[in-house]
Design a protein around this ligand. Sequence first.
Ligand code: ASP
Ligand code: MG
Length: 598
Amino acid sequence: MALIVQKYGGTSVGSVERIQAVAQRVCRTVQAGNSVVVVVSAMGKSTDGLVKLAHEISKNPSRREMDMLLSTGEQVSIAVVSMALQELGQPAISMTGAQVGILTEAEHTRARILNIETERLVRQLDEGKVVVVAGFQGVSSSDELEITTLGRGGSDTSAVALAAALNADFCEIYTDVPGILTTDPRLVPDAQLIDEITCDEMLELASLGAKVLHPRAVEIARNYGVPLVVRSSWTDEPGTWVTSSRPQGRSLVNLELARPVDSIQFDTDQAKVALLRVPDKPGVAARLFGEISRQNVDVDLIIQSIHDGNSNDIAFTVMNPILKKAEAVADAIAPALRSHPSKTDEAEVLVEKDIAKVSIAGAGMIGRPGVAAKMFATLAEAGVNIQMISTSEVKVSCVVDAQECDRAIAALSQAFEIDASPTTSAPLPHNAVCGVAIDTNQSRLAIRHVPDHPGMAAKIFGLLAQYNVSVDMIIQSQRCHIVGGIPTRDIAFTVARAEAEATHQMLQQVAIETGWGEVILDNAIAKVSIVGAGMVGQPGIAAKMFTALAENQINIQMITTSEIKVSCVVSQEQGVKALQVIHAAFDLAGCEKFVVPA
Ligand code: ASP
Ligand code: MG
């Protein structure tokens, strides 16, 4: 007999018929010999309705009263689902978050779960009842017993947290799509269902996956090793399993307060190759990395910052033993990228042997603006200069001087209270690329001519954190401009479009005060990414992506990578096309067409 947590989203309980269908599915699961805890969202779009109601009464309703209001939506669902079960002869009892004892921080409208009391739940289950729990809500652990909510979409988080606390066999998320797809089916009609994906891949696919599964739920599943499956509530199809390696008995105390950074990694056996001043036109990255992969050389980090004039710099890291091969390829290609072979100030190859890569990783950094800033500040305080920055959803990597690596990891370990370990790059038995995502809601900001000394990245991203602006990609240019006798670099990054204008103005002001160069805003960008745990140690994956773009005349404006992700910024008007050609290049298309729910 298994203990299963089943979560049903708003559309799955959106009408009387649907509630009855949910009750039937729950009954079948019980009849198969399982104990079931059901977690439900508010019916249909009723939470949106309540938000609208509040705003009709008040321009700025208090967060406490918003919680009182929004938590009622789920209370309706649990009662009627429980009634529907009883109607089928299945003993059932509904419980609010407070009745269960889902204890949270006292942060209204965005509380994190601290602890879940399981006694009452277990007692009801032992009596043969199905327990129907209100998702999205809890009660503050202080004496005040304040009703809290977890943030929009938070029922997934409730369900996975309950599964972790109850040590359930697995957690099923029932929704209105068949599972996680290889990309957005509205843009690529032959997107295909993914059978299995790791939590890490899922988190890196944030802009694709977050609509289906709340990232905080994935984070809990990963931290506690909760097997998770996303399935359609209309069918009996198997859906998508979201997997993780089961960690050793992690404490359930402060369940969601896990540190934002859960590992610090370093690799001292790397070297950097930079190709400076290559033409800013489609095909350059494809040519370089295509040739490198034909030599069977595996590259690790790749970065390309924003263009400067009409040329770009592309830099990458490789393991030291294969540096010679990589360097030879770059040397061979460089002359062809020059306007004249003898013009060696164009397409110049630079090699740096004594570098180290240090990274911080953790799902908790999503949406927490201060985490990257803290890394940069820590390195600055330790006097470590950052040569390269590359970011993904759940990782920030910095390339530093090899001699400074020990100092860097000691400082980071202390700052984030966690031990560092060497990067392990054993390839996983997974698809090289499992999904392709596009994000068209970002804008790019670039600050020209920032002095190249420790503390500059810390200053910029510390400021952004202070203004509560979350940064996604961060890329520091390779090219050095001497301004007033000081070497400077450009730092480019992307932020949510909604925050771009205000951030631009703020930074322009700071740039004037600090003597940085121009601050450039570009709203017309799109970020396309490939994600796959199997790309580790497999040459040619990035090259394939770049080639697909080049063959379609799509210029790459920026590149950044992590071990399991490659992201490119392209112009917004070419974004969807880019997504389509990359999806096709990796043979991700299926024969089935998905009907996109309205
Ligand atoms: N009802 C809440 C919302 O609409 C929570 C959820 O559905 O996950 O955000
Ligand atoms: Mg949802």
